[in-house]
Design a protein around this ligand. Structure first.
Ligand SMILES: CC(C)(COP(=O)(O)OP(=O)(O)OC[C@H]1O[C@@H](n2cnc3c(N)ncnc32)[C@H](O)[C@@H]1OP(=O)(O)O)[C@@H](O)C(=O)NCCC(=O)NCCS
Length: 319
């Protein structure tokens, strides 16, 4: 018998085990990290998780949360997984239907999801349910930090310093206050021209909560390139487990590209990881973003899975 029910705390080990079985190359999730990222207390800002139990065994889960980076309050990001040995028993479909009914009741109009290029079942599942590709494709990369020598980048940093660009951590920049953070936000998120002040501020708050105060983020692991008191480049590192961290986002102002800023910022993150005993760094790049891929490759990152973003407009499925 199949039951779909809200996640309980006791489900966490099974969820993490299923995730690890399907994503062996991604950061190893600890139970503590999962619990911190998926609090059970329900709130509008947080998401929900649902668990599929088949004959008493936990065999799948779904998870959704607001896709805050889209600046659309009705957009949600979805993850759905079923254990391979229970594949094609209809578990995924039931789990999806239950999840969808929760999303409807929250007023969701658009769902986003990443599906691996090599996930035959996942792609066919999504296609059958009317999802379509958005055209965005990313590739995972990971780096074994003990193998990296950063000596050759010292000259680039010296050159930047000479040209008036210094690298500071967010902890060192905090005294510049909120106006500095607004600039940092603009550097990270492409705010639409038509975006209202209210929407931009909402986007700023979500960004601050995720990028600066999210699980694993610290002011000491955010490096910023500063020129004349203004941020011109940034990279964030989020610790995931004891030995792993994610180099989440790296961006350089269009006016300052091609000068080695991103390489030096990412080098800072690697140097910190080496000191802290963080052996693996994970990142992802948009396929076709050749400058970023070249930087990652030069630093020693090795490519992993390719993922495609897919989306579904909920209203189109209602009829
Ligand atoms: C995708 C996934 C959730 C499907 O779960 P499931 O319980 O096997 O799904 P269902 O039994 O309800 O199958 C529904 C449809 O999905 C497709 N599908 C499922 N498994 C498939 C497979 N091995 N090969 C091809 N198509 C498959 C079929 O279209 C199927 O309908 P059909 O059996 O009538 O042809 C599961 O395979 C999975 O966890 N994959 C890895 C994670 C992933 O890619 N998730 C989706 C994006 S978040």
């Amino acid at each position: 018998m199949l039951t779909i029910r809200p996640r309980q705390r006791e489900d966490t080990p099974s969820i993490v085990a299923l995730y690890s079985a399907q994503e062996a190359e991604l950061p190893l999730q600890t139970l503590e990290h999962y619990e911190a990222e998926h609090p059970l207390e329900d709130s509008e800002a947080s998401g929900e998780q649902w668990v599929a139990v088949y004959n008493g065994e936990r065999v799948g889960y779904s998870s959704f949360h607001p896709a805050w980076w889209t600046e659309d309050p009705t957009a949600y990001s979805l993850e759905l997984r079923v254990a391979e040995r229970y594949g094609r028993h209809g578990v995924g479909t039931h789990l999806y239907e239950q999840t969808l009914s929760r999303l409807w009741s929250r007023g969701a109009t658009r769902l986003l999801c990443w599906v691996r290029d090599d996930a035959v079942a996942g792609r066919s599942f999504a296609k059958k349910l009317g999802w379509r590709e958005t055209g965005q494709t990313i590739q995972d990369y990971r780096l074994f930090t003990p193998d990296v020598s950063l000596e050759e980048f010292a000259n680039t940093e010296a050159r930047l310093t000479q040209s008036g660009i210094s690298i500071v951590t967010l902890a060192e920049a905090e005294h510049w206050g909120e106006p500095f953070l607004f600039r940092l936000h603009s550097l990270c998120v492409n705010i639409e021209e038509a975006s209202s002040d209210e929407r931009s501020y909402a986007s700023f708050l979500s960004w601050k909560a995720e990028a600066l105060q999210g699980i694993g983020a610290t002011p000491q692991t955010c490096w910023i390139a500063v020129e004349a008191g203004l941020p011109v480049g940034v990279t964030f590192l989020k610790r995931v487990g004891l030995e792993e961290a994610e180099n989440d986002y790296t961006g350089v102002a269009p006016t300052h590209r091609g000068r080695g800023i991103a390489t030096v910022l990412k080098g800072k993150a690697i140097a910190w990881a080496q000191k802290a005993g963080v052996r693996w760094l994970h990142t992802s790049s948009e396929v076709g973003n050749n400058p970023m891929i070249a930087i990652n490759t030069r630093l020693g990152y090795r490519p992993g899975a390719v993922r495609r973003e897919i989306e579904c407009k909920i209203n189109s499925l209602k009829s």
